[in-house]
Write a protein that binds this ligand. Structure first.
Ligand code: ADP
Ligand code: MG
Ligand code: MG
Length: 893
């Protein structure tokens, strides 16, 4: 493994490129050799060789084999062993290793070089025939399965038959003779399946194994994994050829795996598992109970000390948590692999922060090591780790949408919906796969489980879209829709039984597991986010309508309110009647009365908001939705009216008739009004600024409420920064007209109260025309807020209320659209409009405050775009504020 210099000469000093050439495994083996760690002799065949081999239709590149032979000769010289030799035979492993680790996805063959002759030599040399025959049968099986594609089953059957005939429980109790017979029977299986003999020629074994490893790059498992993990398919795998060392030559031998820190919690503590007298794959295969690495300390103290020292050294060297494989042969420690360890979100955060404090990495690196999606983890319910371990694992699948969900199994969407909505049950919807007409069931369910499908399947997309925990592609599950049950291995679960799914890890459990909401107050997370704040340029604000949401937002680090939807308050039961009265009013006085009744409610809402936000900007958007949304549904009204008329017919007396008549009159009026306000395209109808122009008393009342509240809070000694936002402007004249009226009212209130408040008037940019004429609009606006939900809807001409349950999902599945434009900002279309509006706006109003308050404000990819477009801030739901803080830092780094 002294090929680092050559590799660097070929691809440059960049470690990433070296890993690309030698694979992660090969590059790290060479690096470990370079820094003087005990690694068995070996060499790596590059990914370029693999790619040439695959591209040429399975022909080894010219000259490759000569290089392999030369490298082998070097190993023979340095180890004093000979490949295929009859005295001190050299055995090799042939190991796959791509640039990015794909655990268990590709193949490795151990013990290459054994044949009848070397077996005899090894027995003579080790005086341990049991060990040698065991190694031999492993080679035949691994070679058979990896190179020739023979199933494991016939091999496993031979071993279990052997155990039965001998009458023992464990493989370790089988004798040398037993293993010798097993090896013979394995050869017979090999012959039966391939019609030729197991190759005795060690060079042929090595060559075949190398080619098989190359080919495993395109094996189905590996391809699926790469597609799911977003790893490119053209990287190829390297092949590392490593001198075998043996953990199974007696009780002074062992093999194991270890991590320098805990992969679940991040606790800085060396942890691992090992087996005495065993070979590498036994540890992961779970055939024998492994032992805690801590026991090695008492069993082989000096080896443990050395390993501990090496682990620390590797971590310091790579400046990241390491996941290592080692083998101890007759008291001598050998390192077989090291790589950056996989970890949970919680561990990622803690490790990054701890490493800064230990001086291993800087803050910038720490911030970049945690992804915004990992922060998301802290905001979803999770299973208590101990509960999860104690729980009964049913099966695994793909972790496509994070969070934990517990519920009763329902096998179709209608059942899921009816159980959830009518009976208040917690439901997990289980399907082979989902289709657009399952969406109603998915929405009603707590979580989703499918036996088929991948990361971009319908189920995965919809689940992520709606924040439902989901595990998909759990292929071990057999769903029997006729009998309404599912089976996993030998377990049967009927419809209505409880299961628990972990969408963060992709695990399905039987029964009801305890969930917990992970703490956003996690001290490591808090620290990391504070560091993120030092790097980001974008402000992070929150969308909040009520003081309690605002409070949470501030706790999570929001620096302002980017959107308070002022009409949400009107929907509350004590206010709705007044609001309806306002809509129904025939005369200005009536309307005035209704508005006067609403004023104190609105004022109180804003007072609360200003107090919580103390000195931070608060953007309040004036009424936006079409008025019919505040009236009862027309169809409902009709049927109520019909009902009342029947009751009128059967009324017992005059008094009853009187009350019924009044009720009918009132309902009839509501119906007329609802009918009158009905629009064919309400989202393009009388809403936003158009409402303010149509009923100026309404928005004037809102502005009065805002400024009365602001004056009151200012008098309490709390700083206030109200920003009044006018929605849905398309023409500058709308803004000019509306602003004049409103600003006049604002001045009047401030004069009445004798308080001067620093305020702003601004508008939303959510229609293409507003973006196109932003320079004009900016002359009359002190801020812009991009309402990207509407802007996406109007730019694409796609109704977001209908499309997401319909063709949009098919568009994403078939690749017509790369992503859901309502979830991730469409850079080329909508993004261009934003870019233009920011530039035009700032051309007439330098320093114009520009933010985004659509759903996209909490999406990391969209946040990166907002950073590039030079926005002042993003505003998102309080729950996404921590994610946005980190995403904004990543965008700036
Ligand atoms: P994977 O990438 O699936 O872990 P590896 O190539 O690392 O595959 O090898 C599989 C197992 O065989 C591991 O436990 C590894 O430690 C062990 N192994 C590989 N090469 C050798 C060797 N030369 N001597 C001893 N054990 C080995
Ligand atoms: Mg390995
Ligand atoms: Mg809007």
């Amino acid at each position: 493994f002294n090929e680092l210099d050559a590799a660097k000469k070929h691809v440059g000093e960049d470690w990433d490129a070296v890993r690309g050439l030698l694979g992660g495994k090969g590059a790290n083996l060479a690096e470990m050799v370079r820094i003087g760690l005990p690694v068995p002799d070996g060499f790596t065949i590059s990914t370029e060789a693999c790619n040439t081999y695959l591209a040429s239709g399975s022909i080894l590149p010219e000259g490759l084999w000569d290089q392999v032979l030369a490298a082998l000769a070097q190993i023979e010289a340095s180890t004093g062993k000979s490949f295929g030799g009859s005295e001190n035979p050299l055995l090799l492993s042939c190991r796959s290793g791509a640039k990015f680790s794909m655990p268990g996805m590709m193949d490795t063959v151990l013990n290459i070089g054994l044949n009848d002759q070397t077996v005899a030599a090894m027995i003579h040399q080790t005086e341990d025939p049991r060990f040698v025959y065991d190694a031999y049968r492993r080679l035949i099986q691994m070679f058979g399965s990896v190179v020739m594609g023979i199933d494991d089953e016939p091999f496993e059957e031979v071993i279990s038959t052997a155990r039965r005939t001998v009458g023992v429980e464990n493989d370790s109790e089988l004798t040398a003779e037993n293993w010798q017979q097993v090896a013979e029977q394995f050869k017979a299986i090999y012959r039966r399946h391939t019609t030729h003999d197991f190759p005795e020629d060690p060079y042929k074994q090595l060559q075949k194994a190398t080619e098989a490893v190359f080919k495993s790059w395109n094996g189905k498992r590996a391809v699926d994994y790469r597609t799911a993990a977003g790893i490119s398919h053209d990287l190829g795998t390297a092949v590392s050829v490593v001198t075998m060392v043996f953990g199974n030559m007696g009780d002074d031998c062992a093999t194991g795996v270890a991590m320098t820190r805990n992969g679940s919690t991040g606790e800085p503590k060396l942890e691992g598992d090992y087996l005495t007298n065993a070979q590498g794959e036994d540890v992961v295969a779970g055939i024998r109970m492994t032992r805690d690495l801590a026991e090695l300390k008492t069993e082989m103290p000096s080896v443990y000390d050395e390993f501990e020292r090496i682990a620390k050294l590797l971590e310091d060297h790579y400046r990241d948590m390491q996941d290592m494989e080692f083998t101890i042969e007759k008291g001598k420690l050998w390192m077989l692999q090291t790589r950056d360890g996989k970890r949970t979100a919680q561990a990622a955060v803690r490790i990054a922060v701890d490493m800064v404090e230990e001086g291993l990495i800087d803050r910038r690196t720490a911030v970049l090591r945690v992804s915004p999606d990992q922060v998301d983890f802290f905001l979803h319910p999770q299973f208590d780790t101990s509960a999860a371990i104690a729980g009964k694992l049913l099966t695994r699948g793909l972790n496509v949408s994070p969070g934990a969900a517990v519920g009763q199994v329902a096998f179709d969407a209608d059942m899921a919906e009816s159980w959830a909505n009518n009976e208040g049950k917690a439901v997990i919807m289980v399907r082979p796969e989902t289709k657009p007409d399952d969406v109603h069931g998915m929405l009603a369910a707590r979580g989703i489980l499918t036996s088929r499908g991948g990361r971009t399947s319908h189920a995965a997309l919809v689940a992520r879209q709606f924040g439902k925990p989901a595990v998909v592609g759990a292929s071990a599950i057999r769903i029997d829709l006729t009998n309404r049950l599912m089976t996993v291995a030998n377990r049967t679960i009927h419809e209505g039984e409880w299961i628990s799914i972990d969408g963060t890890a992709g695990i399905v459990y039987e029964g009801q597991l305890e969930t917990m909401v992970p703490d956003i107050k996690d001290p490591w997370l808090i620290k990391l986010l504070t560091w993120a704040d030092e790097f980001r340029k974008l402000g992070v604000w929150a969308n909040a309508d009520y003081p309690r949401d605002a409070k949470r937002a501030v706790e999570y680090g929001a620096e302002g309110i980017g959107l308070c939807r002022s009409e949400h308050m009107f929907f509350e039961t004590d206010r709705l009647p007044h609001f309806q009265r306002m809509i129904m009013a025939d005369y200005p006085v009536e309307r005035k009365e209704a508005l006067a009744a609403l004023l104190p409610f609105q004022r109180e809402d804003f007072v609360g908001l200003f107090r919580v936000m103390a000195g931070k900007p608060v953007i309040i958007r004036l009424i936006d939705p079409p008025l019919h949304e505040f009236l009862p549904d027309l169809m409902e009204l009709m049927s109520e009216l019909a009902d009342l008329k029947i009751r009128l017919k059967h009324a017992p007396d005059m008094a009853a008739i009187d009350t019924l008549l009044t009720e009918i009159r009132e309902k009839e009026q509501l119906r007329k009004q609802a009918q009158r306000l009905r629009e064919a395209n309400p989202m393009l109808g009388t809403r936003g600024v158009r409402l303010g122009i149509y009923i100026p008393e309404l928005t004037t009342m809102q502005v009065r409420a805002i400024f009365e509240a602001a004056c009151r809070v200012a008098k309490e000694g709390i700083e206030v920064h109200p920003e009044v936002m006018i929605p849905l402007t398309s023409h500058v004249n709308e803004l000019i007209r509306q602003r004049a009226v409103l600003e006049n009212e604002a001045r009047t209130v401030m004069k009445e109260k004798g308080v001067e408040i620093a305020y702003k008037f601004g508008t939303m940019i959510e229609l293409p025309r507003a973006a196109l004429t932003a320079d004009e609009i900016a002359r009359h606006a002190e801020f812009f807020s991009f309402g990207t939900n509407d802007l996406t809807q109007t730019t694409f001409g796609i109704s977001r209320d209908d499309a997401e349950a319909g063709f949009l999902i098919e568009y994403m599945e078939s690749g017509i659209l790369p992503a859901n434009p309502f979830a991730t900002l469409d850079r080329d279309g909508v993004g261009q409009l934003i870019d233009m509006a920011v530039k035009k706006g700032r051309s007439t109003q330098p320093g114009l405050e520009c933010g985004i308050c659509g759903e996209h404000g909490g999406d990391p990819k969209s946040i990166a775009l907002c950073h590039q477009l030079g926005l002042t801030y993003v505003s998102c739901s309080p729950f996404r504020v921590p994610i946005a803080r980190l995403a904004a830092a990543h965008a700036a780094l």
